[in-house]
Design a protein around this ligand. Structure first.
Ligand code: ZN
Length: 247
């Protein structure tokens, strides 16, 4: 499967992030995803032509990972619209950490996606749906010594599944791993991954994101979003021997 990891690559060029992620956050994620035989991941960034999301790249993307923080408003609306249409057609989307406030996540959710936050907290990530494919191989609970606290209320629509729940030693709780479907596209949001913390080196976080890529991968690529008038009945098409067309 082909994964494209998009990051804004702004803070990633600064020393305070480089000392944690010398290859960039997106570079590190693409690297560990590509360790899997069935995943081929590449890293693209905001400063590339068409924000790294040209048609050829999107044509070759089963799942798009999205990490952004301080440059959400630098992503042009036409790029957001194009990505949104791709998701509705079946491209998977994995939104990471501060990507909760990205234009694309907010467009797909239809809500503010705002939350409560504070730097530097101890977090326990609880497995709330051990039967879910994204939770495969993940224990009942794992700990992140230093992560950004994200707390409720998280202004998202009701998720299809709450796969992970975060507890922070400041007292907050959070729906840390949630899934949605929009059109034919599957969406997973995952909270850990602050730019100065080490979540993307954690083996459980890595497993979750590999699982998420496999879960979200496009299985029913569609080719149109229009609303066709069907002039013939299904029975008539069947009698003619033609195949019933989907979207
Ligand atoms: Zn953060």
């Amino acid at each position: 499967m082909k994964v494209t990891v998009w990051t804004e690559n702004v803070q990633e060029k600064q020393d305070y992030v480089k000392k944690v992620y010398p290859d960039g956050i997106g570079g590190e994620i693409a690297k560990f995803l590509s360790e899997e035989d069935d995943i081929e991941a590449k890293w693209v960034t905001l400063d590339m032509p068409e924000c790294g999301l040209d048609d050829e790249t999107l044509d070759n993307t089963d799942v798009l990972f999205w990490w952004g923080h301080c440059a959400h408003d630098k992503v042009p609306d036409e790029v957001v619209k194009k990505v949104q249409e791709r998701v509705l057609l079946g491209m998977g989307l994995v939104v990471l950490h501060s990507g909760h406030h990205s234009k694309i996540f907010r467009a797909l959710m239809g809500t503010t996606c705002s939350l409560r936050w504070r730097d530097h907290e101890f977090e326990r990530v609880w497995n709330m749906a051990p039967y879910h494919p994204i939770a495969k191989g993940i224990p009942a609970m794992f700990e992140l010594e230093d992560e950004e606290m994200y707390g409720e209320f998280f202004d998202i629509p009701k998720p299809d599944d709450v796969v992970f729940g975060g507890w922070f030693d400041g007292g907050e709780i959070f729906r840390s791993g949630v899934t949605f479907t929009r059109g034919a596209g599957k969406i997973f949001y995952f909270q850990p991954g602050h730019e100065t913390n080490t979540a993307y080196y954690n083996p459980y976080v890595r497993q979750i994101l590999k699982n998420a890529a496999r879960w979200a991968a496009c299985v029913t690529p569609r080719t149109r979003l229009d609303c066709p008038h069907d002039s013939r009945t299904t029975n008539a098409i069947r009698e003619s021997g033609e195949e019933i067309q989907g979207f």
